[in-house]
Design a binder for this molecule. Structure first.
Ligand code: PLP
Length: 411
């Protein structure tokens, strides 16, 4: 008799969309003429840029000829892309990386979720109280979370307080933990850590032998010059941090799928059996060799194109478009007197519901009164109660309409 991994049964609903969609659909039934604008989704709206499509078509053509056809590629990714990543994303910031330290993936979600596989179940993990659900869910599946409590928190996870008192900047854990998930610029709050704030975390990790899993999926949206684009801009970070990056939001690859993970060779963890130090880089390589056969050549060629002069210009335009959207959202919400966070170094705008309203009550008011859907803050953890996240990754005409609607609204 086959037994299942019972941890799957403990997981909350697998996505944060169904109940949002259900409420929006119910409203639409009663108000068929209402034009609902969905700012609750974090998918992009702009298509892939011209250079990317051109490279994709060229690579597709190569696949049609025996001489240029590519079968299985290197599991870790093609050197043509790894070298561009190192040159443009790291060397330009005075960070040196060995090609063996970069692993191309089909998006960062799977790498973030899978990384736990090379780490012992006995590690105590810490997550920010407001977090991308994958961090907690993958640890539930991997038997590290313990049991869910009535407050929505798991009893073996340390929740790092992130509140408006500190502008959603996390405070160092007060208990012993082994692994910390950090996400900056943050989804959902839009908060970003400046260099000295990130240094506090790196120094803490070095001193306490903690592994940082650093999710930098929204790095391309950084505007402030004192916000680091990589955790490795901080001295010593290579000894304590893995960095996950994604081309989904910066270059529109949510559907085409590509990201990468940096696992420095200096990063060491220890065997439970006898305390032997082990390079996480070697372990992750071993894991990928067994379970991953690489990101498609056509996709890696398409991503390579974003590092060409024209490709970089096009990608910058995409990011600027969404940043303008974020500014419109921020200004509109502030204009009607709401307390707003994020939207400067991130495509997410996070606002507080007035008069102590719950996240879901505020969600309903937005839907019923201005026909806009956002994401209730509680979807990202109990600390999100009373907040709503709006995404700026939408079509700009829709955002302009949202601006119009909000300007006449009295929240
Ligand atoms: N990390 C964060 C914080 C995200 O919000 C997302 C996607 O929404 C991801 C990682 C995953 O991105 P992808 O798998 O598309 O690369």
């Amino acid at each position: 008799m086959a037994l299942i991994n019972d941890n799957f049964l403990k997981l909350p609903g697998s996505s944060y969309c169904p109940d949002i969609t259900k409420k929006a659909n119910a409203f639409k039934l009663v108000h068929p003429n209402a034009k609902i604008i969905n700012l609750g989704n974090s998918d992009v709206s702009l298509p892939l840029s011209k250079e990317v499509i051109h490279a994709m078509l060229k690579a597709t053509e190569e696949m049609s000829q025996a001489v240029s056809f590519k079968g299985y590629g290197p599991e870790q990714g093609y050197r043509f892309l790894i070298d561009k990543i190192i040159k443009f994303d790291y060397e330009s910031r005075k960070i040196s990386l060995d090609p063996d330290e970069v692993f191309i993936s089909n998006g960062s979600k799977s790498d973030i979720a899978n990384f736990g596989e090379i780490l012992s179940k006995d590690n105590r993990i810490a997550v920010m109280d407001l977090a991308f659900p994958v961090y907690v869910d993958s640890n539930v599946i991997g038997c590290r979370a313990g049991e869910p409590g009535s407050d929505g928190r798991w009893n073996n996870i340390y929740y790092i307080p992130c509140t408006s008192d500190t502008d959603f900047i996390p405070e160092l854990p007060l208990q012993k933990v082994d692994i910390v998930y950090l996400c900056f610029p943050n989804n959902p709050t839009g908060a970003a850590l400046n260099k000295s704030q990130l240094k506090v975390w790196v120094d803490y990790a070095i001193k306490n032998n903690v592994l940082i899993l650093f999710d930098a999926a929204y790095e391309a949206f950084i505007t402030d010059s004192n916000v680091p684009h990589s955790i490795y801009e901080i001295k010593g970070a290579k000894k304590v941090a893995v960095e996950f990056k994604s081309f989904s939001k910066s270059a529109g690859f949510t559907g085409a799928r590509c990201g990468y993970t940096v696992v420095p060779k200096e990063l060491i963890a220890f065997s439970k059996m006898d305390g032997t130090p082990v390079m996480l880089n070697e372990l992750w390589k071993r894991r990928q060799l067994t379970k991953f056969n690489g990101t498609p050549y056509i996709i890696q060629k398409a991503v390579e194109a974003i590092y060409s002069p024209k490709g970089r210009e096009e990608v910058n335009q995409l990011v600027e478009y969404y940043k303008t959207n974020a500014r419109y959202l921020r200004e509109s919400l502030e204009g009607v007197g709401l307390k707003v966070f994020g939207g400067i170094n991130s495509p997410f705008v996070w606002f507080k519901a007035p008069n102590g309203l719950s996240s879901w009550k505020m969600f309903e008011r937005l839907l019923y009164e201005v026909n806009i859907t956002g994401t209730p803050g509680v979807k990202f953890g109990p600390g999100g109660e009373g907040y709503i996240r709006l995404s700026a990754l939408n079509d700009q005409n829709e955002i302009i309409e949202v601006k119009e609607r909000l300007s006449k609204w009295k929240p």
